[in-house]
Ligand binder design. Structure first.
Ligand code: CP
Length: 308
């Protein structure tokens, strides 16, 4: 099977068949990521460019490693020292990179819709690596991969997402993806950090953390996004931790098989206590490893690769 799309801009319009194809392909890619010889030639001669207008560790490095493990030319554009700083537009930057041979441009941008704009104006494939408060599709794909790897299926899984839902592109992409694949999603956030109409996306908004985590298989905590807050939306970090932080007492009565996830970077002790982050139920490091496998799968499929 082949991927039905040229670009990966979000999970809102991605079909369950394409999601399934990416997750299945990632399973094979994981053998390469965790093997001793991390080198195949699936992308030999191809060029992948990462164009990040916002900070990143996991997403940028994992895309670059994914491209390199498959033999592509992988180039990162440091936006701060590029011609963007001289006022070059996004479309002109994209066309310039395409003119130099880019097959895939991976973009992170503070403006929602920037990857869509780029995709409409160039022939190369565009992958959204996070756009404003809109979507972060590859994060949700790696999260779904991690859940499916652990539980064997996404169908029927109960997932709680706790924290700053308002600013979270991770939450939006996970809600789109998980509900399409048959999982159910409960949300809990400070009332100032709940986006209006979020339940229309198919998730259930809860009124306490206990209600949110009750009966769950997965609890996903989100990062407090201080950089996107134009005004104080909760009284203090201590207050946030008291009502929304995950600690051992909050999960002690839950299913022993529960898994704890976080997209990272984590504010240790605020969103989750250190003993949970580093504990046996935490999937945070597995998420990072799986991120490389999922991004390999995506790059492979976007360059015409086929899989089951
Ligand atoms: N989860 C995530 O997007 O992390 P980075 O900001 O480090 O890429």
């Amino acid at each position: 099977m082949k991927l039905a799309v040229k670009d990966v801009l979000g999970l809102e319009y991605m079909t369950p068949q394409d999601i399934e194809l990416i997750l299945n392909t990632a399973k094979d890619m994981k053998k390469i990521v965790t093997g001793r010889m991390k080198r195949v030639n699936y992308l030999q001669g191809r060029t992948v460019i990462t164009l990040f207008y916002e900070n990143s560790t996991r997403t940028r490095v994992s895309f670059e490693l994914a491209a390199k493990y498959m033999g592509a030319h992988a180039v990162n554009v440091s936006v701060g020292v590029s011609s963007v700083a001289k006022g070059e537009t996004l479309i002109d930057t994209g066309r310039t990179l395409e003119a130099m041979g880019a097959d895939i441009i991976v973009i992170r941008h503070s403006q929602a819709g920037a990857p869509n704009l780029l995709a409409k104006n160039i022939k190369a494939s565009v992958v959204n690596a996070g756009d404003g408060m809109h979507e972060h599709p590859t994060q949700a794909l790696l999260d779904m991969y991690t859940m499916r790897e652990y539980f064997g299926t996404l169908k029927g899984l109960k997932v709680a997402i706790i924290g700053d839902i308002y600013h979270s592109r991770v939450a939006r992409s996970n809600i789109f993806g998980l509900t399409k694949m048959g999982a159910s999603v409960k949300l809990y956030a400070p009332s100032t950090l709940v986006p209006p109409g979020i339940e229309k996306l198919g998730a259930k908004l809860c009124s306490s953390i206990e209600e949110a985590v009750d009966g769950c298989d997965v609890v996903m905590s989100l990062r407090i996004q201080m950089e996107r807050q134009k005004k104080a939306l909760f009284p203090s970090a201590n207050e946030y931790t008291r009502f929304f932080g995950l600690n051992p007492e909050r999960i002690v009565n839950l299913n022993d098989n529960i898994i704890l996830m976080h997209p990272g970077p984590v504010n240790r002790g605020i969103e989750m206590t250190s003993n949970l982050i580093d504990g046996k139920n935490s999937m945070i490091n597995q998420q990072v490893t799986n991120g490389v496998a999922v991004r390999m799968a995506l790059l492979y499929l976007l360059t015409g690769g086929q899989s089951q």
